[in-house]
Design a protein around this ligand. Structure first.
Ligand code: UD2
Length: 327
């Protein structure tokens, strides 16, 4: 199914200079009036096209948010503190950004009568008790980050039930792609950096843990579908339905980079989730979303990108049939 075009709308993307947000902005900017609210704590100005309005401010600041959201038709809420480890160290600080500020966003959307699409997470499932995990599985987060996303996810759906606001929560699995950078960037960008430098590729634990890696251009397409669907007031898994072990991933990345890096093992990460994989049927049937980018071609878009920053890094993820185009 083709992704419906979104045009002539006033749109706010919170966290729009960040990894996922900036790819979404790229897809929306040509045909809409796009505003980005970002405090640039991890976002990068060079990732933004020229024709968007940038409001430099914190999503926790009601004045900045009000200014950014005035008159919008649609809000994509991607501003967050994404580090699970940081949420364990500083639960109140991450709660302020990930939950309290998110409630401000929902309230602002209510005032503007704007549709809201929020970034939820597979973290809501904790250690999933079934695989692949469907949206009906138990919500049992194992970190403050997961608790915050679970509450946001529920609030988002509640705003549809209580106030008739069109809302959608997207539960991202392990998102990767160009522009993923910084201290908490995910295993794929870490392994690619290590392989490029011919340094050891560091697997934490035995490498038999598995993840569902979904390319950022597929995540953008899921957002565009969520922005137009009639099936609102729902949460959807955004993954590929395919799991890959971390060991397979290390080998694939070493091959893709032609690196001579050794693959080494170190201590497993405390509290690591063993297996994570999405049941994608609800997103497929109700949202019309199916991921298109396979892991090998997706990894090529990371290897082929010009580095962590720069607009070119994420603009055209792939050129083959599984192209990273957003439509
Ligand atoms: C992902 C999300 C996180 C949250 C969580 C929910 C990312 C980047 N993070 O965390 O936001 O939603 O899922 O469960 O998508 N690993 C290595 N070597 C390294 C780095 C990582 O072996 O140098 C392993 C790590 O121990 C883990 C796996 O790779 O088993 C994935 O780690 P990650 O940090 O990329 O993502 P994850 O699944 O912990």
């Amino acid at each position: 199914m083709d992704t419906p075009a979104i045009r002539d709308q006033a749109i706010l993307v919170t966290g729009g200079a960040g990894f996922i947000g900036s790819h979404l902005v790229d897809a929306l900017a040509p045909q809409n009036e796009v505003r980005v609210l970002d405090n640039f704590s991890s976002g990068d100005r060079t990732h933004l096209p020229d024709d968007v309005t940038v409001i430099e401010g914190d999503v926790r600041d009601p004045i900045a948010l009000q200014r950014a959201a005035r008159g919008v038709d649609l809000i994509f809420h991607h501003a967050a503190l994404v580090s699970v480890a940081q949420s364990v160290d500083e639960p109140r600080q991450s709660n302020r950004t990930n939950l309290e500020a998110s409630l401000l966003v929902l309230e602002q959307a209510r005032q503007e009568d704007a549709r809201v699409v929020v970034a939820s997470s597979a973290a809501v499932y904790g250690h999933p008790d079934e695989l692949p995990v469907p949206e009906t599985a138990g919500i049992d987060p194992t970190s403050p980050y997961g608790v915050q996303k679970a509450a946001l996810d529920r609030y988002t759906r509640l705003y549809e039930e209580l106030y008739d606001l069109p809302t959608v929560a997207l539960r991202y699995f392990n998102v990767y792609g160009p522009r993923q950078q910084g201290p908490y960037s995910g295993v794929i960008s870490t392994f690619v950096e290590q392989a490029r430098a011919d340094e050891p590729i560091t697997i934490e634990g035995d490498g038999q843990q598995s993840r569902d890696f979904v390319h950022v251009s597929d995540v953008v397409r899921a957002n565009l579908r969520a922005a137009t669907t009639d099936a609102v007031g729902e949460a959807y898994n955004v993954g590929t339905g395919t799991r890959t072990t971390i060991e397979e991933l290390a080998e694939t990345i070493r091959d893709a980079t032609g690196s001579s890096s050794p693959i080494v093992h170190r201590e497993p990460r405390a509290g690591d989730i063993r297996h994570s994989g999405a049941d994608t049927s609800k997103a497929s049937y109700e949202l019309g979303f199916d991921a298109r980018i396979g892991l090998e071609s997706g990894i090529r878009t990371v290897v082929g990108s010009s580095g962590p920053s720069g607009r070119d890094a994420g603009a055209t993820p792939d050129t083959n049939r599984e192209s990273g185009s957003y439509s």
